[in-house]
Design a protein around this ligand. Structure first.
Ligand SMILES: C=C(O[C@@H]1C=C(C(=O)O)C=C[C@H]1O)C(=O)O
Ligand SMILES: [Mg+2]
Length: 463
């Protein structure tokens, strides 16, 4: 049984309404309480009953986990402007009533969402509804930070709001979410699998290598799609549970909108900012895991010495270094990459640490960094142009920044790879790879095939 500390939500809402009347503007109300231990995926799953949009985020070390239900406040911009999102958030924070007795910003009001991979690509068929940049502050947010568990309730109170009714609704819904003893999960089963035109994709890789050979560009990241069908609507909670259990060292995320859910387990941090300290990461260059310890070691050593993979990696390091230097000081980047082991494959990894210059925020860093050569290529504009014209896939939020920020723009964004867009009985999976001058289309094809596997297994691939 979960006991929450008594907070007089009625009283807070009434005070907020007074504030709304005084300012002739709605008030952003956020109330945080500490609660007993609760499993975040159970919380996510219980949100299904309320029929509201859900979000999920687990940091790659699983020390910070969020699960959110409902849209209390939406920050969106169809042009995917970073500034618009920043300004909208600042405005809400100025018109707010925040009750958070805990000295932990992850427990207060937090916005979750993402920017598209390419702000100039319209959201069409597949990504309908995911146009532009979109963030939301969930009505109910469960935060698990190390061993502390919080529940933050957010609501807008307007001059005309019926606060008694609002308070009653929130209390009922909160009860429904917190008092689930057994969240129900359903096994997913893939019944159909379709790779979208692999031959055309290999031809495209060849075309990219020709462009590289002609010295028009150095690296282009090309992605492809794999479509699957289930025997019944896919249970996203079950997918998250699988990803969380199997994909260590990965950010596990879900962002649901009107029954369509973007889900993934990505190893790639774009940027994290905490009290002006910046952490970014260069992840590019890939090898499979070995079947034995010896073989695994051998593959790892080969990867570390492999010219082609080192080149793929170095473009990312050089660009991130330059971007971070433009808004931060005390930049620390090791000279050599190390291995980043995942369940099915291993990458070359170079961590980046720095201190953000005053006046810059997390969103400035995201804007500067995205898209890195890990997802796009180098030089950026030429690679982007190639992707726009020749890649068949509608990328949407694949390869894009997805993450969260708090009241003071502390937060974290990951790069949304190793991901899938789930729409009831159907899902599309995405995987890409860095094409450089020595790329062989067949080998790149196999690399993307391995990148699909974690998601395929989590979705219930037919064994
Ligand atoms: C593009 C993806 O991954 C990127 C490409 C990699 C590569 O080609 O070696 C490795 C990690 C990421 O930088 C993806 O997983 O979809
Ligand atoms: Mg590669």
């Amino acid at each position: 049984m979960i006991e929450t500390k008594e907070i007089n939500i009625d009283g807070v809402l009434q005070a907020a309404q007074k504030q709304s009347i005084d300012k002739s503007a709605p008030t952003f109300v956020s109330v945080t309480e500490k609660i007993d231990k609760m499993n975040a995926i159970d919380f996510f799953q219980s949100g299904k009953v309320l029929g509201k949009n859900r979000i999920y985020w687990s940091s790659s070390d699983q020390q910070t986990i969020f699960a959110g239900i409902g849209d209390a406040v939406i920050l969106a911009d169809s042009n995917a402007s970073y500034n618009t999102i920043k300004n909208k958030w600042k405005k809400w924070m100025q018109n707010s009533k925040i009750v958070n007795p805990y000295d932990n910003t992850r427990s207060g009001p937090i916005a979750f969402g993402g920017f598209p991979f390419d702000s100039e690509e319209p959201a069409e068929e597949l990504w309908r509804g995911f146009d532009g940049s979109q963030f939301r502050v969930p009505t109910f947010l469960l935060t698990i930070d190390h061993s502390d568990v919080y529940l933050t309730t957010t609501v807008l109170v307007e001059e005309e709001s019926h606060v008694d009714q609002l308070a009653a609704e929130l209390i009922t819904e909160k009860h429904q979410l917190l008092h689930v003893t057994h969240a129900e999960f359903q096994d997913n089963q893939i019944v159909l699998k379709h790779e979208v035109d692999p031959e055309a994709w290999k031809t495209l890789v060849e075309r990219a290598t020709e462009k590289i050979a002609a010295n028009q560009v150095d690296k282009i990241v090309l992605a492809r799609e794999l479509q699957v069908e289930f025997d019944q609507p896919c249970d996203v909670g079950q997918v998250l549970s699988q990803l969380q259990q199997t994909q260590q060292h990965s950010y596990v995320f879900a962002w649901e909108k009107d029954g369509v859910c973007f889900v993934g387990a990505t190893p790639e941090r774009l940027v994290k900012v905490n009290d002006q300290k910046v952490f970014s990461a260069c992840i590019a260059g890939t090898a499979p895991r070995g079947k034995t310890v010896e073989q695994d070691y051998e593959f790892g050593q080969q990867l570390l010495c492999d010219q082609k993979n080192r080149e793929e990696h170095q473009f990312v390091v050089d660009m991130i270094k330059q971007a971070v230097h433009s808004l931060a000081k005390s930049v620390h980047i090791p000279d050599e990459p190390v291995l980043y082991p995942l369940k099915n494959l291993q990458h070359l990894y170079t961590p980046v640490e720095a201190e953000l210059e005053e006046g810059y925020t997390l969103l400035d860093a995201v804007e500067k960094l995205h898209p890195t050569p890990a997802l796009c290529g180098f030089p950026r504009e030429t690679a982007l142009d190639f992707i726009r014209h020749f890649e068949k896939l509608e990328r949407g939020w694949y390869g894009a920044p997805i993450g969260w920020f708090d009241q003071h723009f502390n937060g974290e964004f990951a790069v949304a790879i190793r991901s899938a867009l789930i729409n009831e009985e159907k899902a599309s999976l995405f995987a890409g790879c860095g094409v450089v001058k020595d790329s062989d289309p067949e080998i790149e094809y196999q690399e993307t095939a391995i990148k699909f596997t974690p998601m395929l297994h989590a979705l219930g691939e037919l064994k």
